[in-house]
Write a protein that binds this ligand. Sequence first.
Ligand SMILES: Cc1cc2nc3c(=O)[nH]c(=O)nc-3n(C[C@H](O)[C@H](O)[C@H](O)COP(=O)(O)OP(=O)(O)OC[C@H]3O[C@@H](n4cnc5c(N)ncnc54)[C@H](O)[C@@H]3O)c2cc1C
Length: 518
Amino acid sequence: MAKKVVIIGGGHNGLVCAAYLARAGKQVTVLEKRHVLGGAAVTEEFYPGFRNSVCSYTVSLLNPKVISELNLYQHGLKIIPRAVNNFLPLPDGDSFASITGVLDEEVRRFSNRDVQALHDYEANIAAVVPVIKELMLMTPPALNGAGLSDYFGLFRLSRRFSKLDRKQQQFLLTLFVRSAGEVLDDQYETPALKALFGFDAIVGNYASPYMPGNGYNLLHHLIGEVHGESGRWGHAIGGMGAISDAIVAEGKKYGVRYHTNCAVSEVLLENKHVRGVATSDGATHDADIVVAGINPVLLFTHLLDQDEVPEEWLSHFRQYKCGSGAFRLNLALNGLPEFPGRKVQDYLTAGIILGSSLNYMDAAWQSARSQGWSDEPVVEMLIPSLVDDSLAPDGCHVASLFCQHFSPDLKSDWDTKKEQAVTAILETVEASFPGFRSLIEAQQVLSPWDLEQEFGLVGGDIFHGRMSPEQLFSVRPALGLAQYALPFKGLYLCGSGAHPGGGVSGLPGHNAARQILA
Ligand SMILES: Cc1cc2nc3c(=O)[nH]c(=O)nc-3n(C[C@H](O)[C@H](O)[C@H](O)COP(=O)(O)OP(=O)(O)OC[C@H]3O[C@@H](n4cnc5c(N)ncnc54)[C@H](O)[C@@H]3O)c2cc1C
């Protein structure tokens, strides 16, 4: 008889894992707490007539293997690359535009020296990205109690690494241990160019660009692609929910059953084996295998019987670092904003970064540490309705504002503070786009606390745990638990708290399914 599998959480990784397992003949049920599948990769109507990707809002990390094996394009997924990757309005009315193919000319406007520096940097990135990509598809070797397959994994890793030349090896190691700020200061002299790359280091990372070890976060945001074009970001037509919908369509082909409004309240154990789950409506679902697509903190400290979990794991997950410091606004606009300074064609379709230097980003973090947020926060604004008319009524638009450095430590205090934070965010946008506030018809506000309450993102952590070296690869989510199997027979982790971490990649779900089927 086919083994019964229950997946806890219908985030995109849970959905990916479900589709692979069902295709291999398992009888799979997905239980999702919210009214809609997709987790942080969803499209919802947040105001009558206005739909948007309410959390994640832009695609690049979605792995091509997952796209092709799960037939996502055949299920209707359409991704279009951004015409202008990023646009940074500068305080003096100038701007910096990152456009594929003409970045040299843009950099030359600021510094001849930085053109060559950019070439060197891009060559290093191009060399190390394939190594990281291969690593992301691996099951991390167990460093403690390693077996044969772990030694094989380590061997593969060292062979891949040794194919890089010494300079590239040094570059890769530097990114893992030094701060992105230091790396970028050594490389470039143009503040806006440093800010362009530095933004990737602080996205979803409540840290100064000068925090040692955050270079990996920068790399994590460069390893994606759109239609084979490395490092490119794009838009999923219909919003990020279109990705989840396409994965669900593949799962349905193989009989996956999906239950929404169905919160798992306990993982049922018997003699250290899973035997199913209980849900908050009082029902139970028997299962031979239970796969958690949720933050491991929720699993270990809420869903497992605390008397059964060894103290070692309880204390680990009490200290597991969660808290991205991300704040999210979805805005319904009755028109388009305009930057009064230097523009380039299609600049409004870019990821518009308000944060023109590493010092600005550092100051925003310092303020958040002392008062919860900065009056000049880092904001990325995207207006997806410019390339996707399914999102807003004619003549109207939706804007995604993804804002960094809003202290996760405020927890429920955000309920009374968030309006002040919204004011700071909108004033920051207004400073570059005069008249912006008068365009706003409605807003959806998601503070770090809202992200935790509504989406189960502990500390508002968009990655299910900080992506810093001590929580990556063989130690994600803990040394000894990085092989997707957890310390109860039949229990696995497939969400972003597993290797290779957060972002809409589908890879934790893909890798977990491979381990379960091995
Ligand atoms: C504001 C924001 C912006 C982001 N921007 C981007 C971006 O632009 N591009 C990008 O690639 N990534 C982005 N990310 C990161 C990315 O969206 C996430 O890392 C990724 O979607 C996580 O997927 P997941 O399947 O691992 O988990 P999740 O999406 O978190 O899914 C977990 C699911 O489990 C459910 N759940 C929780 N507890 C229970 C329970 N007890 N019972 C049943 N169900 C439960 C939750 O409701 C949720 O649906 C962003 C994230 C956020 C929050």
